[in-house]
Design a protein around this ligand. Structure first.
Ligand code: SAM
Length: 256
């Protein structure tokens, strides 16, 4: 069988630094998020020193949504960005949270219910980001934060985001990237490989999941390579801005 004949689930890929089959990667990624779901928010605050809130605030400010907008939040997890987007849009806006992982989406649903957004201003629909359960051209804005790094097929995800976005719509993606400040990479590596797995072990009782987190960040394309993948999926006016010296990058593009 040629390489092209292989189904993505059969082809060799990676889970962090380990080589695994596609099916095994999806199984393990889902295992990670099922395991961390209940501790997810507290771990984000601890690991980033609260900075993930500032990165997400900037993402929400960048999303060109307003009254009456319909926005998709892919790989929604515990849904904090969705709540910010809903508040920005006001009562006539609608945010759809989607995630492949049931326990993570349940956390998101709990949060949007607590925020008074469900029913009416939010929906939660379990769906694979690489095979979205939504019609073509059905959203004004498609957003994803710290999710696409975990996909088996990043390009398939980007193609799906393009498909469900209406012409004129905006794509916004927040993701870990590469430090660009001199010397920051050394400090960041030391922190990531020594402290984060330890925090995972002590706080969430799960060292392996946080080891995966660190490794998956290193395997993800850097700012420029990821921007090229976004362009290749069909998006125009692709731009990115670095945050915290490039630890995180906020990408955006448009379907014209
Ligand atoms: N967006 C949230 C945030 O910023 O806090 C959650 C990010 S969490 C690091 C990654 C999320 O991606 C998890 O909820 C996981 O279940 C989801 N995910 C992983 N692979 C996915 C896929 N193929 N389709 C949809 N969601 C996926």
């Amino acid at each position: 069988m040629s390489h092209q004949d292989k189904q993505p689930q059969e082809a060799a890929t990676h889970f962090g630094y380990q080589n695994v089959s596609g099916a095994e990667k999806v199984r393990r990624v889902m295992g990670v998020f099922s395991s961390v779901a209940s501790q997810y928010d507290i771990m984000n605050d601890l690991m980033s020193g609260g900075m993930h809130r500032l990165w997400k605030r900037r993402m929400i400010a960048t999303a060109t949504v307003g009254a009456g907008s319909r926005v998709l939040y892919v790989a929604a997890g515990s849904g904090d960005v969705a709540i910010g987007l809903a508040r920005k849009m006001g009562p006539s806006g609608r945010v759809v949270l989607t995630d492949l992982n049931g326990p993570m989406l349940a956390e998101g649903a709990r949060r949007v219910i607590d925020a008074g957004l469900l029913p009416g201003r939010a929906d939660c629909i379990q769906s694979d980001g690489t095979r979205l359960a939504f019609a073509d051209n059905s959203f004004d804005c498609v957003t994803i934060a710290f999710g696409i790094r975990n996909f088996l097929d990043i390009e398939a995800g980007l193609a799906e985001f393009y498909r469900v976005l209406r012409p004129g719509g905006q794509f916004v993606c927040l993701e870990f990237s590469r430090p660009v400040l001199p010397g920051l990479d050394v400090i960041y590596d030391a922190y990531s490989f020594n402290i984060i797995p330890l925090l995972g072990e002590k706080v969430a009782g799960d060292r392996e999941s946080y080891q995966y987190l660190v490794e998956s960040i290193r395997r993800f394309p850097d700012q420029q390579r990821f921007a090229r993948l976004i362009e290749r999926a069909g998006f125009d006016l692709v731009r990115h801005e670095n945050m915290t010296g490039g630890v995180v990058a906020l990408h955006r593009g448009y379907k014209v």
